[in-house]
Write a protein that binds this ligand. Structure first.
Ligand code: ATP
Ligand code: MG
Length: 412
């Protein structure tokens, strides 16, 4: 037998989950609310492949990131090219932007939704397959577009009654980051006795990532560290000021978190996170990545985007998802064709209709068990008289409905 399989009980692999019932309803609701906002703002959906060449993420997300170093699910094709289940959507969106020469357009606004895969240690809010809805804007460098993306998430968070804090920061650009990095590396060396093993490894090559380390001692040790926002060149400063004043004029509250760096290499200038006040988890996040298109072989193109973790967001919410009321057709006796006719006629928007073949008593027991609001009884007598018996299980009210009047049947 294959490893990991047992005949008694097959389980989904660790970190991989079935999503159904209430959680699925919540995710659908969040997705619809966000998609609607994006479409209203001239974004277009792109369906990206789940598999890409691993090189895309190695070059795009960065060799030194956690995602590439330890979180990718990879496998080889028959020509020994290394493929990866996508760990995120931005690199794929950039690849598509280049492959289809979308840079010939004045600007491009895309959104995508689907599963992402990361080989992480599973825990609440952290899975090996999870879903993101992300948006990317290519070709606009001004900070109003960063503010517009933040506003979309802000409106979504408000609509969902989320308890959150919006954090923003700037991580600088090619002009100002080298000096900042040197200052940070120097500082990190001075506190290296307090840093964890991972941070000791990354402090020379990827020092910004140390500021994002969740280990308590690393956080303490970097309290007095130099922060990028204090080292910005004049263009980055202008961008950051522009973003702040755009957010102010949109009435969006934010805090500047100078430690905020995000885990991926490609960010430049603005980065932002919506952090849950309940769980402290980051629910939605993004930032600007002005060099990524060029680094992946395209023309110089400013870009900015975000990604929303749908499971994490769904787990934060407490709203009740109201299902449409269920009408259960209970057919008994030799009435198959007639029952299907009744079933077909009852199906209508905003109703759920289902059909079972059971004697009336057993059928009613089942109807109660599955929470049906109405039952439509269909037996020999109903068939002969071209009617069915509709019963409201909440009030007990029962009426005979002629088949020809079915279309007018009201269930409310
Ligand atoms: P974290 O620091 O929490 O690991 P990240 O920086 O890796 O997050 P991004 O790559 O920016 O996250 O992804 C954006 C969003 O996707 C996150 O804010 C989160 O909501 C969600 N997300 C990321 N990784 C996971 C995961 N393993 N399981 C579930 N959701 C995730
Ligand atoms: Mg992560």
């Amino acid at each position: 037998m294959l490893k990991g399989m047992s005949m008694e009980s097959l389980q989904s692999p660790r970190g991989f989950h079935d999503i159904f019932g209430e959680k699925n309803e919540r995710i659908k609701k969040i997705s619809l609310a966000l998609r609607t906002k994006l479409i209203e703002r001239n974004f277009q959906e792109i369906i990206l492949p789940i598999v890409e060449y691993a090189e895309l993420f190695q070059r795009g997300v960065g060799q030194l990131t956690d995602i590439v170093q330890k979180e990718m699910f990879t496998f080889s094709d028959s020509k020994q090219r290394l493929l990866a289940l996508r760990p995120e959507g931005t690199a794929s969106a950039v690849r598509a932007y280049l492959q289809h020469k979308l840079y010939t357009k004045p600007w491009v606004k895309l959104f995508y939704e689907g599963p992402m895969f990361r080989h992480e240690r599973p825990q609440l809010g952290r899975y090996r397959q999870f879903h993101q809805l992300g948006a990317e804007v290519f070709g606009i460098s001004e900070p109003y577009i960063d503010a517009q993306l933040i506003e979309i998430l802000w409106l979504l968070a408000k609509e969902l009654n989320l308890e959150f804090r919006l954090e923003i920061n700037s991580v600088g650009c090619k002009v100002c980051r080298p000096d900042y990095k040197l200052a940070l590396i120097e500082y990190l060396h001075s506190v290296k006795d307090s840093l964890c093993q991972d941070c000791l490894k990354r402090m020379d090559k990827n020092p910004l990532r140390v500021l994002d380390c969740k280990v308590q001692t690393c956080q303490e040790a970097t309290k007095e560290a130099p922060f990028a926002i204090n080292y910005l060149c004049s263009d980055c400063k202008t961008h950051q000021d522009g973003l702040e004043s755009a957010l102010d004029s949109l009435g969006i509250d934010y805090v500047i978190n100078p430690r905020l760096v995000r885990g991926l290499d490609y960010y430049t200038r603005s980065v932002f996170e919506f952090v849950s006040l309940k769980s402290s988890l980051t629910l939605m996040a993004g930032g600007r990545y002005d060099y990524l298109v060029e680094e992946l072989g395209g023309p110089k193109t400013p870009a900015v985007g975000f990604a929303v973790g749908l499971e994490r967001l769904a787990e934060e919410l407490s709203f009740e998802v109201k299902e449409d009321e269920l009408i259960l057709v209970i057919a008994f006796g030799d009435v198959l064709d007639y029952a299907l006719k009744v079933y077909k006629h009852l199906c209508a928007p905003n109703r759920r209709v289902d059909l079972i073949f059971k004697p009336p008593k057993k059928g009613l027991e089942i109807a109660n068990k599955v929470g049906a609001r109405f039952v439509a009884l269909v037996g020999q007598e109903e068939k002969s008289g071209s009617f069915f018996t509709l019963k409201d299980l909440q009030t007990g009210f029962q009426e005979r409905i002629e088949l020809y009047s079915l279309k007018e049947t009201k269930t409310e």
